[in-house]
Write a protein that binds this ligand. Structure first.
Ligand code: SF4
Length: 354
């Protein structure tokens, strides 16, 4: 008898590796493809539900393999229809993900790590320790579970995925890319890579690696200041990844992928909302083809920042637009349930459960 802890995590295996395991167990090789389809195309997390496999084979699978499924621990719906979920991992850790419905899209925001090792001053997750990286299947499971919420609550499928939840995706590089591969694969969820955005706080070396790997998904950089002094103040990662290093990495990335970049910019009241800040941002936008998303800030208990006034945000955006930069203002969603950008930090609130 194989103990639960010594079972093989079946979703860590490639199809070829699964085939080798099954043939070594005396099963026929073609069974591997069937099992693989159950795992990745049908998102099945229970061997007993794999109905075209014989009972002895299912028992054999259960004896040797484990599926480390993610489960919804709690789901809360915001007044604006956003749904935030806390997800329980197989080892008891908890992460969060968000469904953001809009008239023209259904977006899943997923986490890539349990906590975060970076310490961005405006972000609730930045005040938690990083416990561990998520495995590719744990990121995939968030997409599946949030996709089910989209269908069950709004009768529509997911259209977009953003890696903007807890954690820095590029510090969990291999698992993030493996999850994108499973989400986009024809024998996975078969979603278009163009519908996926990976957001980084700015790790220059890894941005170059994305270029070397010629990724097809979108890259967003959480910029929030186009001035090293200010950026160092709110994002300590900038001390080792200066704007000059980031610009160089982005040029390299663009040369390899021809993918434009999105800059995320939270406009904090009295900190980075001046026209001179907008001019610096416009200058930074010259390095590679880019657009800007201005994001409304959601104050958190740990930090002193406030959202800039609507007038100042509009003035800031106007300057960028006058310089020919495509600029969107993203009003925040899910504020009342702490589901908005920078608010994910595992806390219990009094809001109704879905
Ligand atoms: S903004 Fe992103 S990278 Fe920065 S602390 Fe929060 S989760 Fe980590």
């Amino acid at each position: 008898m194989v103990g639960a802890e010594s079972k093989i995590d079946i979703r860590k295996l490639t199809l070829e590796q699964l085939r080798s395991h099954l043939t070594a167990m005396g099963e026929q090789a073609f069974r591997a493809k069937q099992v693989y389809e159950w795992l990745w195309q049908k998102s099945c997390t229970d061997f007993d539900q794999m109905s075209n496999l014989s009972k002895p084979l299912r028992d054999n699978l259960k004896r040797v393999f484990a599926i480390h499924a993610v489960n919804v621990n709690r789901a809360q719906r915001s007044a604006d229809s956003t749904i935030k979920s806390s997800f329980m991992l197989y080892d008891g850790n908890i992460i969060e993900g968000v469904l953001i419905p809009a008239p023209d899209r259904m977006t899943a925001c997923v986490s890539s790590q349990v906590g975060c090792s970076l310490t961005c001053k405006f972000c609730a997750t930045g005040y938690m320790d990083r416990k561990r990286n998520l495995h590719a299947d744990e990121i995939y499971d968030q997409v599946v579970l949030i996709g089910r919420q989209a269908q069950e609550n709004y009768g529509r499928p997911l259209t977009n995925i953003v890696y903007m939840g807890m954690g820095e995706p590029l510090l969990n590089y291999a698992n993030v890319l493996a999850s994108v591969e499973r989400i986009t694969a024809p024998d996975g969820l078969n979603m278009a890579a163009r519908r996926i955005t990976v957001s980084t706080a700015g790790i220059a070396k890894m941005i170059k690696k994305l270029g070397d790997d010629q990724v097809r998904f979108n890259l967003a950089l959480s910029l929030h200041a186009a001035n090293d002094r200010k950026r160092n103040e709110i994002m300590p990662i900038n001390e080792q990844n200066s704007l000059r290093a980031l610009a160089e990495a982005l040029k390299y990335y663009y040369a390899k992928t021809k993918n434009p970049v999105t800059y995320e910019y939270i406009v904090f009241d009295g900190f980075n909302d001046d026209l001179s800040d907008a001019q610096e941002l416009a200058a930074f936008c010259k390095h590679v083809p880019a657009k800007v998303n201005i994001i409304e800030y959601n104050p958190i208990a740990f930090a002193d920042f406030e959202n800039a006034t609507e007038d100042r945000i509009d003035r800031f955006a106007d300057l960028l637009r006058q310089r020919g930069i495509v600029t969107n203002i993203r009003r925040s969603r899910g504020k009342d349930i702490d589901a908005a950008c920078g608010q994910l930090a595992i806390k219990e609130t009094e809001n109704p459960t879905v």
